[in-house]
Design a protein around this ligand. Structure first.
Ligand SMILES: *Cc1c(COP(=O)(O)O)cnc(C)c1O
Length: 451
């Protein structure tokens, strides 16, 4: 055997950091680039703070989810949950991957139409649909998911008035082992309300029952809850088959898959604890496949996954404004990202990473936003290195809900940039300006200040 070459031994210091009561420091590397585009360059060009969305990550995540379901169930359709992120560019990435649209208001419904989605591929959910909304949805042959009896009666009135059959499903709420139960939306399964609604629909000539829908909650960390929910919907479908000889076209399991964010107070990070798409797909597909539904009537499976498909693709870039010691000696840091731009900081311990190399020495730090409001806390307590004024930070996994639930408050909302799959950047929503904000307002003549 050939003698192996001699390698000089080296002694390397392991920089694991000192454990504290929150565990070991796990972040070693700065996030200096997003999809190969330097963070510094993005901020120099589009200013700070800045939302950045990676098209590559959206497509990758979507394909992962789709594969998990396609390999386990014969007919799968995703419908993009508009309220999770309804920037047109983002919706269109999902639509180009084959997603339908899932909307919960007239505003979102029209957005989907403007994005070129055919009416029959729009799912209209939510407790608030006006008569005009319903009329438009019936004319466009959209899938109307009823939330309550009053809406059922309005729809019967609208569809008979315009003489067109409405395609409907009902939203069913149920005990799937998730508490508190989301029983405010839809018709209850256990008390028979859902069955009652279904009978009324099936006995009405102006309505065509096409599906059954549920959305058991959000950030659901137990995949088995979906199995329970899918079984209950399948039982309803089988019962309809038996009594009315009617086959529904689809079962819509809603959204609610957890993204990999870490909930406040969670002991382990979300990356370790959240079920995978495969776990959810396994629970749902086996529940439907082993149900009493006849094989020739096997319904399409619709998923309205929001959060889990977009969270990872979104970043919020910001800048350090100041460091300061609080009265008790604790270190704090102020950045230019406030809770008005990061609504999800009320629930999540967002991952915050420096954008440039940093010292290995960290200290428990409170990170504040720039708002003149006590609630403006981005992280209560994070083991963080000292950054200088002007240094940049990157907040990861912010793609879901922040760009829709944000608030225009104290500061103006910044640019949103999409990095396409070739690494090119595109502004997909312009920053607000004093001018654009004032355009919404009017001052009565007698209140105009004379200069
Ligand atoms: C919000 C919502 C979704 C998306 O939920 P996620 O938790 O983001 O996956 C899907 N369906 C309905 C009806 C919703 O209200």
């Amino acid at each position: 055997m050939e003698k192996l070459p001699f390698e000089r031994p080296i002694i390397k210091k392991l920089n694991t950091g000192m454990p504290n009561k929150f565990g070991l420091k796990t972040e070693y590397n700065p996030i200096s680039h997003i999809d190969e585009v330097p963070v510094n360059q993005l901020i120099a060009k589009y200013s700070s703070p800045l939302y950045v969305v990676s098209e590559r990550t959206i497509r990758k995540t979507f394909r992962e989810a789709k594969r998990a379901f396609d390999t386990r169930y014969p007919k799968v359709q995703f419908a993009w949950s508009y309220k999770t992120n309804y920037l047109n560019a983002i919706c269109n990435v999902f639509h180009s991957e084959g997603s339908w649209a899932e909307v919960v208001s007239g505003f979102e419904y029209n957005k989907a139409l403007n994005n070129g989605i055919p009416g029959k591929h729009i799912i209209f959910n939510g407790p608030e649909k006006s008569s005009q909304d319903l009329e438009l949805a019936v004319k466009n042959e959209s899938l109307i998911h009823l939330d309550h009896f009053d809406e059922l009666y309005s729809l019967i009135e609208v569809s008979s008035r315009i003489g067109k059959i409405a395609k409907v499903a009902i939203r069913v709420n149920m005990d799937a082992g998730i508490y508190p139960q989301w029983d405010r939306f839809g018709f209850n399964y256990e008390n028979g309300e859902a069955w009652d609604a279904l009978n009324r629909i099936l006995l009405n000539d102006n309505l065509e029952l096409v599906g059954l829908h549920t959305h058991i909650g959000t950030y659901i960390m137990t995949a088995s809850a979906y199995g329970v929910a899918a079984s209950k919907l399948s039982d309803l479908a089988a019962r309809i088959e038996k009594k009315f000889s009617h086959a529904i076209k689809y079962i819509d399991m809603g959204g609610g898959f957890a993204s990999k964010n870490t909930l406040k107070g969670a002991y382990l990070p979300g990356t370790d604890t959240c079920p995978s798409f495969d776990d959810y797909a396994e629970a749902i597909s086996s529940a439907i496949l082993r149900s009493e539904i006849k094989p020739e009537n096997l319904p399409m499976l619709i998923l309205e996954t929001g959060r889990a498909l977009i969270d990872d693709a979104g970043y919020l870039l910001g800048t350090t404004l100041a460091n300061k010691r609080l009265a008790d000696g604790r270190r704090s840091m102020i950045i230019d990202i406030g809770v008005n731009l990061l609504f999800t900081s009320f629930w999540y311990e967002h991952k915050i990473t420096p954008a440039q190399t940093f010292t290995q020495h960290t200290e428990d730090t409170t990170i504040y936003g720039p708002l003149c409001m006590n609630i403006d806390v981005i992280r209560d307590n994070i083991s963080f290195p000292l950054l200088k004024k002007g240094d940049h930070v990157v907040i990861s996994r912010i793609g879901a809900y922040n760009m829709t639930q944000w608030l225009q408050f104290i500061t103006l909302r910044p640019n949103i940039v999409l990095i396409d799959t070739d690494g090119k950047t595109h502004v997909i929503r312009n920053n607000e300006t004093n001018e654009s904000m004032n355009a919404f307002e009017q001052v009565p003549a007698h209140l105009i200040q004379k200069k």
